[in-house]
Ligand binder design. Sequence first.
Ligand SMILES: *[C@@H]1O[C@H](CO)[C@@H](O)[C@H](O)[C@H]1NC(C)=O
Ligand SMILES: *[C@@H]1O[C@H](CO)[C@@H](O)[C@H](O)[C@H]1NC(C)=O
Ligand SMILES: *[C@@H]1O[C@H](CO)[C@@H](O)[C@H](O)[C@H]1NC(C)=O
Length: 833
Amino acid sequence: MRLRMGYRDWRWLALWWHHFFLLWITIDGQTRYSIPEELKQGSVVGNLAKDLGLGLSDIYDRNLRVASEAGEQYFSVDAGKGELVVNDRIDREALCGQSASCVLPLQVLTENPLQLHRIEVEIKDINDNLPIFSTEERSLKIAESTATGIRFPLETAQDLDVGSNSVKSYTLSKDECFSLRIKELPDNRKVPELVLEKSLDREKQSVHQLLLTALDGGNPVKSGTTSIVVSVLDINDNIPVFTKPLYGVTVHENSVNGSVIVKVEATDADEGVNGQIEYAFSEHTPHSVLSIFHLHAGTGEISLVGPLDYENKAVHELDITAKDKGVPEMEGHCRVQVMVTDVNDNAPEIVLTSNPSPVREDAPKGTVVALLRARDLDSGDNAKVTLKLPKGSPFSLKPSFSNNYALVTTGPLDRERFSEYNIEITATDSGSPPLSSKKTIPVSITDVNDNPPVFTQPSYNVYLKENGVPGSILYSVSASDLDFGENAKISYSILDSKVQDVSVSSYVYINSDNGSIYSMHSFDYEKVKVFQIQVQAKDQGSPSLSSNATVHVFILDQNDNAPAVIYPSSAALGSLSHQRMPRSAKAGHLVTKVTAVDADSGHNAWISYRLAEATDASLFTVNLYTGEVRTKRAVSEQDDSSQRLLIEIKDDGEPVQSSTVTVSILLEDGLHEPILDLRQKSSEPSRKNGRITLYLIVSLASVSVLSLLTFLILAVKCIRNSRSSGSCCMRRSDCDDYKNPNRNLQIQLNTDGPIKYVEVLGGDMLSQSQSFRSCMSPMSEYSDFTLIKPSSTTDFKEVISVLDASLPDSTWTFESQQVSKDTKTTKLGVKGE
Ligand SMILES: *[C@@H]1O[C@H](CO)[C@@H](O)[C@H](O)[C@H]1NC(C)=O
Ligand SMILES: *[C@@H]1O[C@H](CO)[C@@H](O)[C@H](O)[C@H]1NC(C)=O
Ligand SMILES: *[C@@H]1O[C@H](CO)[C@@H](O)[C@H](O)[C@H]1NC(C)=O
């Protein structure tokens, strides 16, 4: 700046000097010096004195000096030599600016005479200034699509020097895209221009740094520079590019929802929105892919939003587009291949290929029950299925081709134990962890008639009162059959057998449906005590099976028989029985003995005797148990010779049955005591007889003692039994004595003149097949006893009538044989004296 100001001042001064010269006439012509600018102080411009024609002395004398003020500033005259020397720095640019010539006029004065000399000092330019650009840096923005050859005018450089020292040329730093051209303006000014030689690529080089250099023509050359920054403006000329054209990813099919399986990445060489990428599935992506995969538009992460299923689709191919946001937008593509790996997520399945068929329980081993197949939707080991049956089931699986099996029987089946099997088959695959499933196959076992009907008991005991109503239910047997249906349908029947020569079917019949047995008769205990029915239960299987049971029917005694008087019989021997006794008889004299039997048994046959009426009740007494009639006191003279006794005989049944007998007694004077008679008779000629009688008595007595013991034991038993059964009875097997069916009925007549009494000692007319009760009568005080063994087949009254007919008034011995209907022999021994 200072330079400039100075330069202006000096122009004005130069003008002034010009007018001064016009006013002041110079002495003579021109003295001209030429010096370069910027000489050192004291540099000699020229010998002024000499050039002005002055001698050395004149210089001092005439006071040679530079007159003008401006001249004085730059030059002075050396007083010694008269030389013009440089006084101050002379800057041409300051003095003359851009003028091509710069002449500095000087006035030199000499006094004595005063003379004014005009001198010109031409200041010659030297290259002391550099070319200068007004700005240090210039920015240029060029879009990368700009066509080549386009020019961009650049700033020109300024050089204060003139002429050849001023700006002469420009150079540009090397850049393949740019060159420099100098344009010459009409005013000769040179303007540098930047020429685009090659199209720009921002992606290769976004900024070009150029250096423009201006050179002057001086020697040495001076230069000035300015930098040119070319920014390449982006245009969307690059597509987004994926890091890989194909992404392969392997995913387990059980990957959790939301997990990121892969991240695609694309880059766009452009910048700004031209480089901003958005990811998306390509337009033709099917919905099935969209429902499973989600692509994050910003990050390119692909995540799961739906379930993967290897079995459904093992490979998914996703086409992905990356778009930038430039105008127009550019897009790039890639493909993602998602390989789904199998996970053991499918349980094996058991499929029945044929429905299970019912199996007969007698089916042989290996019978095929059902066909089935195992399958697993997984693959590899995950689909290897093994089947298992529960332990102990009578079935097994027989593998056939590829995962097909036959369910076959391996053991015996029994419908009665298991009528249906629910076979639980477990299928397990070989995955890790293995999955399993179960299937239950119902197999029904069909019945085979392999079980006979079974009666609730092998034998039944039925107790039936005699005199029952015919047609009433006697008993109901029942059998059951474990089989099923017809095989278990039971019909009952009675197997034919004989009861006393009569077919049992005439006694009873059976309801074939329910086993109720009905009686067809009323039964008489006195005739039939026991019989057996063979019952058969038969099922309706084919072939049918049956089983038998025995029903033992025991007829229970009812008190339906009154005691029958055997002696003295009022019926056959006349209404009265005459007994004789001596008047001399003392108290306790045995007059007679009433004997009765009862066809019933047990209590019903327990007979007791009672004196109901008497002519003289004070004279006679009847033993309650034995029926012995004895005198209470000695007979006196006043007693009537004819006495009548009414004796009532009762049994112990319920209701009580009774009968009476009338005994008439004649008191005679001449009669002796019977024991005396016996003694007398034993010494009489009929000794043999007497001895036999004695033996009989002795043996009877001993038997009686034995019997007494036996009956005592029996009595105790009877009393016990009677608590439960209500009657005094025992089974035949309890009493060996009565095993012999051909036992004699012995009636002993003890006579004292006339028959005194009859004793029934024993006898059994029972058939072998029958059991019976033996009951005892009360013991007599003489150890005599009345034992009644009624027979069902022998009517007692018949016996009695036989007896009656055969009994003479005198002593007799009677033996008769009676043949009963069932060919049993009955021996009657009637013994008298
Ligand atoms: C998975 O998750 C997304 C949200 O993250 C939800 O919309 C979708 O219903 C889920 N899918 C399943 C199968 O749970
Ligand atoms: C058997 O059937 C008959 C006639 O239907 C019936 O009277 C009887 O009570 C039945 N017996 C049983 C044990 O059900
Ligand atoms: C049942 O009795 C009948 C006749 O006595 C006989 O034929 C049959 O074999 C018996 N059945 C059984 C199972 O004992």
